[in-house]
Design a binder for this molecule. Structure first.
Ligand code: SF4
Length: 350
């Protein structure tokens, strides 16, 4: 690597001229907004996060209002973003900031990392963007940039190699004397490079601001980085859904236990076999059950094969464990898994 700090200076300069500067969570050093956006952006595209972020901060403008909200309200607003453990941790984190930090996020990454749902890279993002701490981030996009720039070809399936990559990322940071001022823009610049230039396939090397530093592009094969041999195996699961609906349109929902699929969300009662679902319905009423088309919902590492069975009831006299009848007017504010919401909407318009 050329003179220490030269790479970082290039990233900072490029971010100022060409980076993303108009996202709703930018142009602020408010750790609440930065934290919220960082959590939402894990596993989720910027285009999707925009609207959710705006709705969230309108409803919960600060950490106090989020901490005081009910879990149902938080899950309801999160509904559709997926990876619901993020929402549960978000709520717990807000409560801990209130009870253990007097309502102010810690300014150091090591203290931020002790809060629920905040990992090393997220802690570093908040500390560097909001407080100028000289600390590296290493989310999936930035891993790609760092491995390519430095020609880091060790297998990231091994923890020791990931530790070495953190050191490589730290070696690229702005010089100590520049850090306080440069860090927010440097961190944003690394995120922007990974998201808009150094793409997984077909990186735009010819327009990349750090091309002259990049070992991978000089060697002619940037796409071989990052190296990771072990890929998580996909699995599949079949789930039977009891879609009980009264004559006035109310549907029976039960709240999913934690841990498990869709933990903390409201859902149609779930069963792991058709027999188990049938056993939950009195024998003389089973003839009224109507099997709906099976559909598949794809999670990151799992395919869920969903088997809905619809049951139209004359009244709301039936009940199952831990749940309640809810009318269609209540569904928009409830935390519902995305495929269940879609199924119900299709039922409304059928
Ligand atoms: Fe990525 Fe190409 Fe830039 Fe290297 S030169 S950092 S491979 S976009």
């Amino acid at each position: 690597m050329r003179a220490a700090g030269a790479f970082a200076a290039q990233v900072v300069d490029w971010q100022r001229r060409c980076g993303r500067n108009d996202l709703p969570w930018q142009n602020t050093q408010d750790p609440y907004r930065v934290w919220l956006s960082e959590i939402m952006l894990q596993q989720t595209q910027v285009a999707t996060v925009r609207d959710y972020f705006t709705r969230f901060v309108e409803r919960f403008p600060d950490v106090k209002s989020l901490a005081e909200a009910s879990q149902d309200d938080v899950m309801g607003l999160w509904s559709g973003l997926g990876y619901y453990s993020r929402a549960r941790n978000l709520h717990r984190c807000a409560q801990q900031v209130m009870t253990q930090h007097q309502g102010a996020f810690p300014s150091r990454s090591d203290a931020l990392e002790t809060l629920p749902g905040i990992g090393r890279s997220t802690a570093a993002a908040i500390a560097s963007l909001c407080f100028g701490e000289r600390v590296a981030i290493l989310d999936a996009n930035v891993k790609r940039v760092v491995t390519r720039v430095t020609g880091f070809d060790a297998d990231l399936a091994l923890a020791a190699n990931t530790r070495a990559l953190w050191e490589a990322a730290a070696a690229l940071l702005p010089k100590l004397e520049d850090a306080g001022k440069a860090m927010p823009r440097y961190t944003q610049g690394m995120m922007d490079l990974g998201a808009t230039v150094c793409l997984p396939r077909k990186p735009a090397c010819s327009t990349c601001p750090v091309q002259s530093f990049c070992v991978a592009t000089a060697a002619g094969d940037p796409q071989k980085y990052p190296v990771r041999t072990r890929t998580l195996k996909r699995s599949s699961q079949s789930i039977w859904l009891l879609w009980a609906q009264s004559v006035d349109g109310a549907v029976w929902f039960s709240k999913r236990p934690t841990p498990g699929v869709w933990a903390g969300l409201y859902c149609l009662p779930l069963f792991d076999s058709e027999d188990a679902m049938l056993r939950s319905v009195p024998p003389h009423l089973r003839v009224e059950l109507d099997a709906q088309p099976v559909f598949t919902h794809v999670l990151t590492h799992k395919d869920l094969h969903l088997h809905p069975w619809r049951w139209s009831l004359p009244s709301e006299a039936m009940s199952w464990d831990e749940g309640q009848w809810m009318g269609a007017q209540d569904w928009p504010r409830m935390g519902l898994p995305a495929p269940i919401r879609k199924l119900l909407q299709q039922g409304l318009s059928a």
